[in-house]
Ligand binder design. Structure first.
Ligand SMILES: [Zn+2]
Length: 213
């Protein structure tokens, strides 16, 4: 990298009190849902030869279809050999669709924040463990899940913890959700390497849409 912004990044990374001296400098694409502005901006930041590129200003209230359309229009103008980051996204389905459009990584509060509200993600959709139908349900959140919650606790017990406002209930839901998201990202990497990402994505979306068991 060379240029004014790169020089400033190098200066900041070299400061004695900089904790992480290997920070990367990303260009962040903006332009709301206007593809002409998005594309012009993508070209401008791509020319700056930065460490990576993010798509910002999405997942802020527009429809999923609008977000996917802007990704379709914009990502092709970002450098393929650099990491592409979709900021603040999203549901498992959003991530699967983002990867299909060239996105490499994501950040989102859903697995943790939704977990704290008793909402858990599974391969058969999202469940709300506050729901009364889980009161006597002694299955784990997801059969076969190897997370610390599913290996030892039932839906009924976790629901009881949540209803009693016992902090362990939130923690178990968050543990499961983080495990679910991390496992999905592993599966995505494996499917891409095996050249079967489209099939994987279709199967995963179909299972999640089928609803809980
Ligand atoms: Zn689990």
């Amino acid at each position: 990298m060379a240029g004014a912004v790169q020089d400033e990044m190098a200066r900041l990374n070299a400061l004695p009190d900089t904790v992480n001296k290997e920070q990367l400098l990303f260009g962040i694409n903006q332009g709301a849902v206007f593809e002409d502005i998005r594309i012009a901006h993508a070209k401008t930041i791509s020319a700056m030869d930065l460490d990576g590129y993010a798509v910002g200003g999405l997942a802020v209230g527009e429809t999923h279809e609008e977000m996917y359309r802007i990704l379709d229009e914009t990502v092709p103008y970002l450098p393929k050999e650099k990491p592409t980051y979709l900021m603040g996204v999203g549901t498992p389905a959003n991530i699967l669709e983002g990867v299909a459009r060239g996105v490499d990584f994501f950040d989102c509060v859903y697995p943790t924040r939704n977990g704290r509200h008793g909402h858990v993600y599974t391969n058969h959709g999202k469940m709300n463990l506050f729901n009364q139908k889980y009161e006597l349900d002694h299955r784990p959140i997801e059969e076969g899940c190897q997370c610390p919650a599913c290996r030892s606790y039932s839906r009924a017990y976790i629901r009881h913890l949540l209803k009693a406002k016992e902090m362990l209930g939130m923690r178990l839901c968050v543990l499961h959700n983080l495990y679910f998201y991390n496992t999905m990202m592993e599966e995505i990497r494996d499917a891409i390497e095996a050249h079967r990402y489209e099939d994987y994505k279709a199967e995963k979306l179909e299972g999640m849409a089928r609803g809980e068991n």
